[in-house]
Design a binder for this molecule. Structure first.
Ligand code: PMT
Length: 408
C-alpha cells in the first residue's frame, strides 16, 4: 500500500440484523478518506439493500460470484488484489464457519481466500450461538490464522436476550481497522450542562431556592470533558466552585438560566439538564426589604419557563437528556416527563429522605424510549462517568439508525 494515501477497504457484509450498522461504518470510513467497496452475501441483502451501500460508498456493490458480466475480467481476483484491508461487519456465525473451513462458496468467502490483505471480523450473533463450541472453535481457528477480531460487545440483543454477541460499534471497528489513538466516546461533541439551583428573589435579601449543591452537574461537566467533549456549564449559585478549565456561565434566576441556555444551545450536540430550576418565582420582587408587620404573608407565584421542554422543542435540536427528581413513583413520573417533554433520555433520582440533593453520592435509573438502565448508589463523579458513557452509546445507536444522505 502507498503510505501517502488512505487504504482501499473491502467491506464484507453478511446476513444479520447488525448489517444496518455497517452503513454507518461506510460513512465513517469515507469520512476518514478511504475508498470503500462493499461485497454482500445474499442473506445480507434481506437486511439492507445493495442500493443503500452503493449510494453510501459511491461504488458498485457486488454479491454474486457467478456474475458473468462482472467476472469477465476475473473481478473476484481484482477485488482481492485491490483491497488493502478487508473488514467483515457483521460477521455471522455461518460466515465465520465458512471462513474457518476455507470454503469459497460465494463471492465474499472467495475474495477472503484470494486476498493477501489483513482481515478483520466484527462478529454479531445471538449470545448462545456465540458461546456454542462450534463457533468458539471457528473463532479460535480464524485467530490462529491471523484473522483479527473486534468485539463482539455485551448488551441487549435484537432477539431480546442479553449477553455477548452484539456487533462492536462502528467507532470501535474503525479504530481497530485504521489504528490511531482510541476515540474518546464524546470526542468532538459539544455538551451543554445546567447545574445547581436557581434563586428567585422575593426582596433584596430573601429568595426561593432549593437544596441543590451543583455537585451532580459539576461531576457531569468533568466527566464530559474526560470523555473528549467540549463542555459549557451554566449554573446557578452552587455550594462548590465551578470546575477549573471548563467554560462556565454563572446565573441566578430561572429566567437568566433560560436565556443563557437558549443562547448557547445552537452550538450544542448534547444538552443535559441537571439543574434544579425553580418551577415558580414571585410575581413581583419588592425593591425594599419586606417588613414583618402582618402575622401572615401571601406570596403570589408564577410559573418559570421550562428550559428543558423549550430545548426539546427546538428544530434542529441536540440530544436532550433531562433529570427527574422524585419522592414517589419514580418510574411512572420519570417516564411521563420523558414523554411529555419529548426527551431522548431521562435520569431519574429518588430525592426522598434527604437523598440526591446536596449529597456526595447518588443513584440513578435512566430511561430512554425502549430501554432503561439502573446505576446503583455511588459517588456522583462515578455516576456521571457511567451516565456519559450511556449517553455516548445512545447517540451512536440513534445516529446509526438515522436516515443518511446519499452521494457521499
Ligand atoms: O445539585 P446536587 O446537590 O448534586 O443534586 C443533584 C440533583 C438532585 C439536583 C439532580 O440530580 C437532579 O435531579 N436535577 C433535576 C432536579 C429537578 O429540578 O428535577 P424536576 O423533576 O423538577 O425537573 C425535571 C427536569 O426539568 C430537570 O432536568 C430540570 O433541570 C428541568 N427543568 C425543570 C423546571 C424548569 N423550569 N426548567 C427545567 O429545565
Amino acid at each position: 500500500m502507498d503510505n501517502a494515501r488512505s487504504p482501499n477497504i473491502l467491506l464484507g457484509v453478511s446476513g444479520g440484523i447488525a448489517a444496518y450498522k455497517a452503513c454507518e461504518l461506510v460513512r465513517r470510513l469515507r469520512d476518514a478518506g478511504c475508498v470503500v467497496r462493499v461485497v454482500m452475501t445474499r442473506a445480507a441483502t434481506a437486511f439492507v439493500t445493495p442500493l443503500t451501500f452503493q449510494a453510501l460508498s459511491g461504488q458498485p456493490v457486488r454479491m454474486d460470484l457467478l456474475d458473468a458480466e462482472a467476472e469477465s475480467g476475473m473481478d473476484h481476483i481484482a477485488l482481492a488484489r485491490w483491497a488493502d484491508r478487508v473488514v467483515i461487519a457483521p460477521a455471522t456465525a455461518d460466515l465465520m464457519a465458512r471462513l474457518a473451513a476455507g470454503l469459497a462458496d460465494d463471492l465474499l468467502t472467495t475474495v477472503c481466500l484470494a486476498t493477501e490483505a489483513p482481515i478483520l471480523l466484527a462478529p454479531a450473533m445471538n449470545r448462545v450461538m456465540w458461546e456454542h463450541p462450534a463457533t468458539r472453535g471457528n473463532h479460535a481457528r480464524l485467530l490462529e490464522r491471523g484473522v483479527r477480531m473486534v468485539g463482539p460487545d455485551t448488551g441487549g440483543q435484537a432477539c431480546g436476550e442479553h449477553g455477548a454477541g452484539r456487533m462492536a460499534e462502528p467507532a470501535s471497528i474503525l479504530q481497530a481497522l485504521l489504528g490511531g489513538a482510541p476515540l474518546l466516546p464524546l470526542q468532538g461533541r459539544r455538551v451543554l450542562i445546567t447545574a445547581g439551583p436557581t434563586r428567585e428573589a422575593i426582596d433584596p435579601v430573601r429568595f426561593i431556592a432549593n437544596r441543590s449543591s451543583g455537585r451532580m452537574g459539576v461531576a457531569l461537566a468533568e466527566a464530559a470533558r474526560e470523555a473528549g467533549a467540549e463542555v459549557c456549564l451554566i449554573h446557578g449559585p452552587m455550594a462548590l466552585p465551578a470546575p477549573a478549565g471548563i467554560r462556565n456561565i454563572a446565573v441566578e434566576t430561572a429566567a437568566e438560566m433560560a436565556q443563557a441556555v437558549l443562547q448557547e444551545i445552537p452550538a450544542a450536540d448534547v444538552f443535559i439538564a441537571a439543574a434544579a430550576v425553580a418551577d415558580y418565582r414571585p410575581r413581583t420582587t419588592s425593591a425594599q426589604k419586606l417588613k414583618k408587620t402582618a402575622d401572615t404573608l401571601t406570596l403570589e407565584l408564577v410559573r418559570n419557563p421550562d428550559i428543558l421542554a423549550q430545548v426539546a422543542a427546538l428544530e434542529p435540536r441536540p440530544f436532550v437528556v433531562g433529570f427527574a427528581a422524585e419522592t414517589e413513583n419514580l418510574r411512572a413520573h420519570a417516564l411521563e416527563k420523558m414523554q411529555r417533554k419529548h426527551l431522548d433520555m431521562i435520569a431519574a433520582n429518588d430525592v426522598s429522605g434527604g437523598r440526591a440533593f446536596g449529597t456526595e453520592d447518588n443513584a440513578l435509573t435512566v430511561f430512554w424510549p425502549g430501554g432503561e438502565r439502573r446505576f446503583p448508589e455511588q459517588p456522583k463523579a462515578l455516576l456521571a462517568r457511567a451516565l456519559l458513557a450511556l449517553i455516548a452509546e445512545r447517540i451512536e445507536e440513534t445516529r446509526a439508525s438515522e436516515p443518511m444522505e446519499t452521494g457521499r
